[in-house]
Every structure is written in structure tokens, then in C-alpha cells.
Design a binder for this molecule. Structure first.
Ligand SMILES: [Mg+2]
Length: 311
């Protein structure tokens, strides 16, 4: 008698890719496919990531559409060109599986595109939509980009993040998991992380599983996968928080000219107050002068400390 067999959708990790100055060289409004030039090492890096089992998804802000610099059809044409160039030097067709872009901008010239949108990075909307559409595990996924907003979007979605721009300022809000200079460097780091911390197989990679096997029920597999993902996300969150606290402590403990000046004023205030106290029983006018001086110095100390705290 035959057994019923059921297959489960595979929940895989993805690499979310920023487009401009991550995959292609572009500082301007690009609506012409002929203007597409891949960054060095991108084709090879994408192939390595795909070989490691990651699904590749582009997520890009395209505010040029909102400005009327080019159309959504132009964006599609550019993306087709990128896909063609990437596939041309790879072992398979469709290496980049999907392109998501956000044409909206809160200050758009064109009214139909004028709004803040959850897809616009640093919002994580595109990543979350892709995870929904493609059954992706965000906790095991990465976001690679050249801007702080890419890091923020990735972090907000629960992904690890790689920044590939040494000139971009790293803030506490946009602290990447990895910061490097080039795309290939980020790829190497991600692949090493995967090797060093092998991930639990997610849903048996599409294999079929018999319903007759009690330990392999869909619910059990699904829960195991979610638990692995949740634990990973929790660890990363704790690590990020610890790092942020450490950075904040170091920032507060940093030496600044204002702090030094405040210390000097505080010393003067104490000195003047002591000189004033030595006048007790003597001339009132002299005592008052010393004490007023001490008070002014104390006031300056407090002002400088407040300025330092705000700065
Ligand atoms: Mg970019």
C-alpha cells in the first residue's frame, strides 16, 4: 500500500543587494541600460553566494522616478541589463532572482510618487515583501549596501548587514555586521561566516518527507526552522545591543576639550571658594568678591559640561 508523501516549501536565506555603487557603478540618475557597468568582482561574488545556497534579490531606492528623471520602464530596462551582464559570466540563468525598487519619495516632483513609503530604505519594506513573496528566512539573510540606509533597512528586517563603502560614516543606528571596502570582501566575509557557523538545514532543502515518519511532520520541521532562526536573531540582537552600549560608554568616556576646560574651571571655583573662606572674619567686600568669582567659575563648569553632553 502506497504512502502519502508531502513536500514542503524551502525556507532559504537570501542576500539582499543594494544596486547603485554596490552592484553597478552609478552616482547619477540612470535610466539608460547602456550606462550599466558592474562593479569589480560582482559577477564572481554573486556566483559564489548563489553556489553557497543564497538567493539573490536586489532592493533599490529609485528616487529618480519620483523626480521625473526617468520612468519605471527605464528602471526595468536597466535591471534587465544588469541581469544579462551577471548571467553572461555565470553558470546559470537568472542568478539574480528578483529586483525590487521603490519609486516613491516624500518630496517627489511628480505627485503620484510623492509620499514616504515603507519600501523606501532605510525602511525595511522591500526586504519584508521579498521574504513574504519568496519564503525567505530573514534571520539567516544578509543585506549588502554602500549606504547607512542599506544597513538600517537590513537591521530593521532582522538581517545581518555588510557595508561596502569605507567613506560611509558608521553610526550606532547603522552599525553593520561587517564593514569593508569592496563587494568581493563582503562576499568572502559572508561565506566565512557560513562556513564557521554551519546553519541548520531548513525544511530539508525541498526533499519530500513521508507523513508516516512522526518526527518529520510539517509542524515539527517548521518549528525547528523558526527556532533556529529566532535564536540566531536573538543572539545578534544581544550582540548588537552589547556593542552599542560599549560604544556609548566609550563615547561618554572620551576626552574632549570642553571636558578639560570644565575641569580647569571647576578647579578654579574650588580655589576661589577656599580663598573666600579664608576671609571669614575679615573684610566682607573681599569675601564677597572671592565667592562671586567661585560661583561664576562653577556656572561656567556646568555650562561646558552641558554643551559637551549635547555635542
Ligand atoms: Mg547604493
Amino acid at each position: 500500500m502506497g504512502r502519502a508523501v508531502i513536500s514542503f516549501p524551502t525556507v532559504e536565506a537570501a542576500i539582499f543587494l543594494d544596486r547603485d555603487n554596490t552592484l553597478i557603478e552609478n552616482d547619477d540618475d540612470l535610466g539608460d541600460p547602456d550606462g550599466v557597468h558592474l562593479c569589480p568582482g560582482v559577477s564572481r561574488g554573486l556566483q559564489e553566494l548563489r553556489n553557497a545556497g543564497y538567493r539573490l534579490v536586489v532592493v533599490t531606492n529609485q528616487g529618480g522616478v519620483a523626480r521625473g528623471a526617468y520612468s519605471e520602464a527605464d528602471v526595468d530596462a536597466v535591471h534587465q541589463r544588469i541581469a544579462f551582464l551577471v548571467d553572461e559570466s555565470s553558470d546559470e540563468v537568472g542568478l539574480i532572482e528578483r529586483f525590487y525598487y521603490c519609486p516613491f519619495h516624500p518630496e517627489a516632483k511628480l505627485e503620484e510618487y510623492r509620499r514616504d513609503h515603507s519600501w523606501r530604505k532605510p525602511h525595511p519594506g522591500m526586504l519584508i515583501q521579498a521574504a513574504h513573496d519568496m519564503q525567505l528566512d530573514l534571520g539567516r539573510s544578509w543585506m549588502i549596501g554602500d549606504q547607512a540606509r542599506d544597513v538600517q533597512a537590513g537591521r530593521s528586517a532582522g538581517c545581518r548587514t555588510a557595508l561596502v563603502n569605507p567613506d560611509e560614516k558608521i553610526s550606532i543606528e547603522a552599525k553593520p555586521t561587517y564593514a569593508g571596502k569592496t563587494f568581493p570582501e563582503a562576499v568572502d566575509f559572508i561565506l566565512k561566516q557560513k562556513t564557521n557557523a554551519p546553519e541548520a538545514p531548513a525544511n530539508m532543502n525541498g526533499q519530500t518527507t513521508s507523513l508516516a515518519s512522526p518526527e518529520s511532520t510539517p509542524r515539527a520541521l517548521s518549528n525547528a526552522t523558526n527556532t533556529d532562526s529566532d535564536v540566531g536573531m536573538l543572539r545578534r540582537t544581544i550582540h548588537d545591543l552589547t556593542e552599542e552600549l560599549r560604544s556609548e560608554r566609550m563615547r561618554r568616556a572620551e576626552f574632549t576639550p570642553l571636558k578639560m576646560a570644565a575641569s580647569f574651571c571647576q578647579l578654579l571655583a574650588v580655589l576661589l571658594a577656599m580663598l573666600g573662606l579664608l576671609q571669614v572674619g575679615g573684610e566682607l567686600e573681599v569675601f564677597t568678591k572671592w565667592m562671586i568669582g567661585a560661583g561664576l567659575m562653577q556656572l561656567m563648569t556646568m555650562t561646558m559640561l552641558l554643551l559637551d553632553l549635547k555635542g
